[in-house]
Ligand binder design. Structure first.
Ligand SMILES: Nc1nc2c(ncn2[C@@H]2O[C@H](COP(=O)(O)OP(=O)(O)O)[C@@H](O)[C@H]2O)c(=O)[nH]1
Ligand SMILES: [Mg+2]
Length: 217
C-alpha cells in the first residue's frame, strides 16, 4: 500500500499568495508586510505615516491581531480604507485572510497596501501573503540582541526599522552591538532608525515609502 505524503503544507498558502500578488499588480497597488513584536510600534508608525502622506498617496491597511479591533480603530482615524483581521489565536496572517481583507478594500483607488502582521518575530516570516516586500521592525526597549536572535526576519526583509529611538537615553540599549550583529547576518540590509513619538527619522521612512510606491525598491 502506498501511503500518501503531504510534502509541502504551505503550498496552498503560496498559491493564494501568488493570486494576491497578481490581483495587487493588476490594480497597481504596492504591498508591504510589516512584521515585529507585539508593542514594537507598528500601529503607531502607521498612524503618523497615514497622517503625513495623506495628500501624496492613498494607503489601505490590513491589521492582523488575535482579537479586538483596536488597531483598526486607531488607523481608521486617518483612512477609511482599513480592515481588521482577527486570527482567533493564530500567531500570523495567512494569504487567504489577506485575500478576504483585500476584497473589502477599493484596490483600484489605492497606491499602497500595508499589512500589519500579528505581533510575532517568528511565524509571520514564513508565510507569503502576496506582498512585494517584507519590512521588519525591532524597537529599542526590546534590547540589542534581537538581530542575533531573529536572523530569519532579517534574511527576508527589504528594510529593517529600529523604532522608539527616543528611548535610547533611557534604556541600556547597546547600539554598537545591534549594528555589529546585523552586519554579520545581513550587512547590506537598509536600516531606518526612527521614533513615531518624537518624529526623529520619519523623513527617511517617508522617502523610502515614496520610492517603494514609485517602484524604485
Ligand atoms: N516612546 C515611544 N513609544 C512608542 C513609539 N511608538 C509606539 N510607542 C508606544 O508603544 C506602545 C505600542 O505601540 P503600538 O503601535 O500599539 O505597537 P504594535 O503592537 O507594534 O502595533 C504604545 O504605548 C505606543 O504609544 C515611539 O516611537 N516611542
Ligand atoms: Mg498594532
Amino acid at each position: 500500500m502506498e501511503i500518501p505524503v503531504v510534502q509541502k503544507v504551505g503550498k496552498l498558502n503560496d498559491e493564494v499568495a501568488a493570486g494576491n500578488r497578481s490581483l495587487l499588480r493588476e490594480a497597481g497597488v504596492k504591498c508591504l508586510n510589516l512584521m515585529g513584536s507585539p508593542g514594537c510600534g507598528k500601529t503607531a508608525l502607521l498612524e503618523v505615516t497615514l497622517a503625513a502622506l495623506r495628500e501624496e498617496m492613498t494607503i489601505g491597511v490590513i491589521t492582523g491581531d488575535l482579537t479586538t479591533t483596536r488597531d483598526a480603530e486607531r488607523v481608521a482615524r486617518h483612512t477609511p480604507h482599513v480592515v481588521q483581521i482577527n486570527t482567533g489565536g493564530g500567531c500570523h496572517l495567512e494569504a487567504h485572510q489577506v485575500r478576504q481583507g483585500m476584497a473589502r478594500l477599493p484596490l483600484s483607488e489605492l497606491d499602497l497596501l500595508v499589512v500589519e502582521n500579528v505581533g510575532n518575530l517568528i511565524c509571520p516570516v514564513s508565510f507569503d501573503l502576496g506582498q512585494d516586500v517584507k519590512v521588519g521592525m525591532f524597537s529599542v526597549p526590546e534590547g540589542e540582541d534581537k538581530p542575533a536572535k531573529h536572523p530569519a526576519l532579517l534574511l527576508e526583509a527589504a528594510l529593517l526599522i529600529l523604532s522608539k529611538v527616543d528611548l535610547l537615553p533611557h534604556v541600556p540599549f547597546k547600539l554598537d552591538v545591534f549594528l555589529k550583529d546585523l552586519a554579520m547576518i545581513r550587512g547590506n540590509l537598509p536600516v531606518i532608525a526612527l521614533s513615531a513619538t518624537s518624529g526623529q527619522g520619519l523623513p527617511a521612512w517617508f522617502d523610502w515609502l515614496r520610492a517603494f510606491v514609485r517602484g524604485e525598491r
